[in-house]
Design a protein around this ligand. Structure first.
Ligand code: FMN
Ligand code: ADP
Length: 329
């Protein structure tokens, strides 16, 4: 759509979209309605912190997970431009490029947004330059929850500590993993707790090892899920991290299926048990505990679950089309 009709662009690095970002989107949405323009979000790939060499940086969300949130938040246009194409542009050239290539006629950013060569473009520059050009411009002050400024780096810190409820409050939705189900060691079924295994990615931040209450979207339905992240020390499985979820009450085959796992709360740390029986007894307790957490959460967030499921239908379709294109090329 962008490139045909004038558009208000929300600019940022956007590692996922938290409540602060969503406040920017509201401003763009309102302004575009009033001014009869479109609006969209523009971000850079890979994330600037990866390109600028912050070695320890691991993003919250993979590219395709970010696409999913973008569609869930009803962002009409989500444009990703290679960061290397723009990182050395001076701020004026960058704005001119937005105007000519994307028909941008307005910009919304967070107050601390910096861009262009040596990060020399800032809100002061945008304000004076865009006012002269007659574009719409808004710089939004930091969004706070209980006095804390909501930021992607704060969300990353919360995830690293396993504080899933606080993470959900900052994002507006729970932290999640979307991935295809792979094969494990086929031991889960023997233990009486089959688990859907998910591949780990270097480009996806994981919370600490432990057991989590989750909501899992699989086979077109939501299930309570008992998720374990860790190394399965009971079975001395080595140093490869495992991500695996048991879906309460589910029976069937999930291999190869894309599933979405929303992390609601950590319930305990992963432990080494003396015997498989000890682990199984603990897993029974885990599932009980997870039911207690999921039941009220599912009730409270029924609307969110419904919208995510609706959005998932078209997302799954797109994933299938992408895979099909990959195979047929
Ligand atoms: C709810 C839950 C809790 C778990 N807790 C532990 C644990 O504390 N220690 C451990 O060694 N493995 C734990 N596991 C992992 C099991 O060892 C693993 O699911 C089992 O070995 C099956 O692995 P497989 O899917 O590769 O067949 C847990 C798994 C689940 C689903
Ligand atoms: N309730 C369930 N939760 C998770 N997976 C299930 C469930 N019921 C059946 N399955 C299926 O069983 C597989 C897991 O069985 P498991 O013995 O743990 O094998 P693996 O080690 O390959 O994960 C899942 O990938 C899925 O296809």
């Amino acid at each position: 759509m962008i490139g045909v009709v004038s558009v208000i662009v929300v600019l940022g690095s956007f590692d996922g979209f938290h409540k602060g970002h969503q406040a920017l989107f509201e401003v763009a949405r309102d302004a575009s309605d009033r001014m009869d323009m479109l609006w969209g979000v523009m971000t850079f790939v890979p994330h600037p912190q990866i390109v600028l060499g912050n070695g320890s940086f691991v993003p919250l969300f993979t590219d395709s997970e970010r696409d999913f949130i973008a569609s869930f938040l009803n962002i009409p246009d989500f444009i990703k431009i290679p960061f290397s194409d723009v990182k050395d542009l001076n701020p004026k050239d960058f704005i001119e490029e937005l105007g000519s290539r994307y028909k941008a006629r307005g910009i919304v950013v967070g107050e601390n947004f910096k861009f262009g060569k040596h990060r020399s473009g800032d809100v002061e520059f945008l304000k004076s330059y865009l006012t002269k050009k007659g574009w719409f411009f808004a710089a939004i002050p930091p969004f706070k929850i209980d006095g804390s400024v909501v930021s992607s780096s704060l969300v990353r810190q919360l995830v690293k500590k396993g504080y899933m409820q606080q993470t959900e409050a900052m994002l507006g939705y729970p932290y999640f993993i979307i991935a295809p189900v792979t094969e494990g060691d086929h031991r889960g079924r023997i233990l009486g707790f089959p688990t859907a295994n998910l591949p780990a990615s270097e480009l996806k931040l994981l919370p600490p090892k432990g057991v989590y209450a989750t909501a899992v979207l699989a086979h077109g339905k939501w299930w309570s899920g008992a998720l374990n992240i860790g190394y399965n020390p009971t079975f001395e499985r080595g140093d490869e991290i495992r991500i695996e979820v048991h879906l309460d009450q589910f029976e069937g085959d999930l291999y190869g299926e894309m599933i979405a796992v929303l992390l609601l709360a950590q319930i305990r740390e992963e432990k080494k048990f003396e015997s498989a029986e000890g682990l199984v007894a603990q897993m029974k307790d885990d599932v009980e505990r997870i039911r207690e957490i999921c039941r009220p959460w599912f009730y409270r967030r029924e609307g969110l679950l419904f919208s995510l499921k609706e959005c998932w239908k078209s997302y799954e379709y797109r994933l299938k089309v992408t895979n099909y294109n990959r195979i047929s090329r």
